[in-house]
Ligand binder design. Sequence first.
Ligand SMILES: [Ca+2]
Ligand SMILES: [Ca+2]
Ligand SMILES: [Ca+2]
Ligand SMILES: [Ca+2]
Length: 395
Amino acid sequence: MTGLVVSVPGRDPITNTMIGQSLAGAGVVSLYYPTRGFNPWNLDDEYLPHQGPFHYILDDYTYSPGYVVDPDCSPTPCEHWINERLPIPTRTARFYGGFTGAAVGNSSVVSDFNADGLADILIGSPLSHEGAGAAFIVIGRLPPLVISSELPLEELGLPIESGSPQTSRVFDGIRVVGSADSRLGQSQADAGDFNNDGISDVVIGSPLVSNRRGGAAVFFGSREVINLTQEEIPYDEIPARGLGIIFLGEIEEDYAGARVSGAGDVDGDGNDDILIAAPNRSIRLDIDLDGTLEIDRTECGVVYLIYGSPHLSGTLELADVGTARLPGAVFIGRHSGDHLGAGLGEQGDRANGIASAGDIDSDGYGDILIGAISASPRDRLRAGEVYLLYGVGDY
Ligand SMILES: [Ca+2]
Ligand SMILES: [Ca+2]
Ligand SMILES: [Ca+2]
Ligand SMILES: [Ca+2]
């Protein structure tokens, strides 16, 4: 599936099937499938007279026109609509939250989680299920099968009623639900192939569990996950059912898993690695054991880099990252209050917090980006910092 995924967590869905219902703030996630790629240069020059910037108007309908901006138009730049004869319609499929205020969002395309050759979609719904939250892995389908469809997310992961035609559900998906008040679905991401079995995995953060100690799960992709589309999967059961691994945060209020991300293959061992942020974590270290703390930082935040491996399973402790039990590295925020890896600043400003940088220097090792949205570099109050760390093999 090639397309564009756009989430609007605060949007009120208006759908054909919701007559009489009002679901303010339930949120909408739209998939846009362009008919010819998002490439205006496919057009005749006639319609791009000045090679100017090209814009798409995204909306909820089956057809979204594009337009060009003519920078030479007098007296100010003006817009030329590309009319319906022209081949830039995008075709749309939509998901929406099933509850008022569900704030469906945090969506992303992931690699092929069920190994059917089509990319799949991750969507978080942290305020659903009375605050337990849920993360959905929507199984991708070919665009001709799903164009113009719309689906309440809460239909995913429920049994299809016997007697009702299977085709009545346009998409299949896997629903992972959090424990009470854990607001699962705030952060989830493609994990690459963490366990190196040839199929992509996902990482799902659960920052509020155990009094905000938090944690994250790697859910392994497989051909068999298609058998999980008619039940809810409790987050806590992922390790016991052999579906993946849970990494537990270190202490209460760390918010481990507030942000999660794939990292690429940072150490170059062929297994893809992941990042888990614990932005509220405080660090006190007596490095030389002389009784004086060399590092004493309150809520500096830490980011764990965990090396993927086919040998990890069960429930593991983030406290062990960097040891032989759980190879990886721990990055510590530079100052108290930096909230390393956080996705939310003190002013409500948002950030990715952590991300793969691909292999930006082309040396074969994955590189990573770690943000500190609350950092105040060189006396610039809360200007924020982003660090680019080059993979150099095993840290
Ligand atoms: Ca797939
Ligand atoms: Ca895998
Ligand atoms: Ca690796
Ligand atoms: Ca590199």
